[in-house]
Design a protein around this ligand. Sequence first.
Ligand code: TYC
Length: 112
Amino acid sequence: MAKSPLHMSDTDRPDGDAGVVVDTKPKTQRPPLYKVLLLNDDYTPMEFVVHVLERFFGMTHAQAFEIMLTVHKKGVAVVGVFSHEIAETKVAQVMDFARRHQHPLQCTMEKE
Ligand code: TYC
């Protein structure tokens, strides 16, 4: 069945060209991502930090121990990258858990 002019695509116009639309690259919008950072301090027990990383960031014990040691030695480490809402939730969960256990552990987020 012949196509009506209203249904012709850019490539089968009678003038043989693609009209005004030369090329369209779909622009996929991605939401900004946020790094969640854990900060070192002198008082929070190492085992508590390892537990936090296992509990709230789904790390294995070995992964958690390694990241905890990185924070202990370097002062800070990225423990995950998330959407704004998830990062906010993780920070709040860690801060609340630390506060309830009376540890001064600090967790923050920053735009990637
Ligand atoms: N520096 C702490 C200690 O020696 C351990 C520690 C590690 C604390 C990581 C916080 O985010 C932290 N007990």
